[in-house]
Unconditional design. Structure first.
Length: 362
């Protein structure tokens, strides 16, 4: 058993030796076939031939083993010379290709971990910078208004009421940023549980139109629902889907930026899902910005968006909510022509049943 474990056969050398032995044997047999000499046809010659071929096989095996070993050590030495010292140590003098492969795999894993740590550090720095920047603007505004009031502005009722209203607006913006941050963190950590229910998505869209009507009127924007049926029932978290639609429609209102601006929300029934789209004819998004619009704090137009009071988290929250529903959101946009967001929601079994009854009645 110990002898078997100590002897390792290189099957590549063995196969190559066998091939060389077979070629030599074939040449001898062909010579034996065509020669007229009786000696080459005797059993003595055949025994000698077998012994010779066996000897050649053994010699070839060891010669090839030596050549393969010499070549592989040279190649391994060349490779180890370019590897970092913390991967190849001084005592690693008898490395084979298998051991070298394990060392290379170890080095790749270590490099991947380093790259991941650098990426996480960059993300942390960017995240902290974005949060501090978002909080700094309303905080500085509140500080300025309070200092003005303390320096005598409180005596003037007009200034007092105007500045108190601005302080209230800044505090509300701070609260919105904190709420959005808390929500997106809980989504990313999987701490939010969805409350699924059946509801009419068309009715929900009309409710959101009513909620945002005054905001749309200030921008001279019209909102329109286009649908294939008066009622389309979905199975989803109503409150979260309401937030998705509010964020998308609010964004369209903020970026209207033209006369006769309009928002068209379309719904149609598919085989398994309800297809929903929110389209506007606003300023659109540049092609180079499209891949990043669902990132945290990313703004297509940072100066204008901050003036409007956005947190830069709305579309990131939309993406996480739809992913929690096992759905995706797609954006199509032509710069200076408009933007269209499309997503799907699971069709409600109740809606399917009602549709079936209606078709049966007809």
């Amino acid at each position: 058993m110990r002898l078997r474990n100590s002897v390792k056969i290189n099957w590549l050398s063995a196969a190559a030796s066998f091939f060389l032995m077979a070629v030599f044997g074939c040449v001898v047999l062909m010579f034996e076939f065509y020669t007229d000499d009786a000696y080459f046809k005797t059993w003595d010659f055949n025994y000698l031939l077998v012994l010779t071929l066996t000897f050649l096989y053994v010699v070839n095996y060891f010669v090839l083993e030596f050549l393969f070993g010499f070549y592989s050590k040279n190649q391994i030495r060349r490779i180890t010379n370019i590897l970092p010292e913390d991967i190849i140590h001084d005592y690693d003098t008898d490395l084979g290709f298998k051991e070298l492969g394990e060392k290379m795999h170890e080095m790749n894993q270590r490099n991947a971990e380093i790259d991941l740590m650098k990426e996480m550090e960059d993300y942390r720095k960017e995240y902290i910078g974005n949060v501090s920047h978002e909080l700094k603007t309303p905080l500085f505004s509140i500080q300025g208004y309070i200092e003005t009031l303390r320096e005598g502005g409180v005596e003037d009722l007009n200034i007092r009421d105007k500045y108190l209203q601005r302080i209230d607006n800044s505090v509300e913006r701070l609260l919105n940023i904190v709420i959005d941050l808390d929500m997106i963190n809980r989504f990313e950590s999987g701490q939010i549980n969805l409350k699924f229910s059946t509801f009419d998505v068309n009715h929900l869209i009309q409710e959101i139109f009513d909620l945002l009507e005054m905001e749309a009127e200030r921008q001279s924007m019209t909102m329109q629902l286009q649908t294939t049926q008066s009622q389309l029932f979905v199975f989803a978290d109503k409150q979260k889907i309401s937030q998705v639609l509010i964020n998308l429609i609010s964004n369209s209102i903020k970026y209207a930026n033209r006369e006769e601006a309009q928002i068209i929300v379309s719904t149609r029934e598919g085989l398994q899902n309800i297809h929903i789209s929110v389209e506007d004819n606003g300023m659109g998004i540049k092609p180079e910005n499209l891949p990043r619009i669902f990132e945290r704090f990313y703004r297509v137009e940072s100066s204008r968006n901050r003036k409007e009071g956005g947190s830069g988290l709305g579309l990131a929250i939309v993406k996480h909510i739809l992913e929690a529903h096992k759905q995706t959101i797609v954006v199509e946009s032509v710069y200076l022509s408009g933007t269209k967001f499309k997503f799907k929601l699971a069709k409600s079994p109740i809606g399917k049943l009602k549709r079936g009854k209606a078709n049966f009645a007809e």
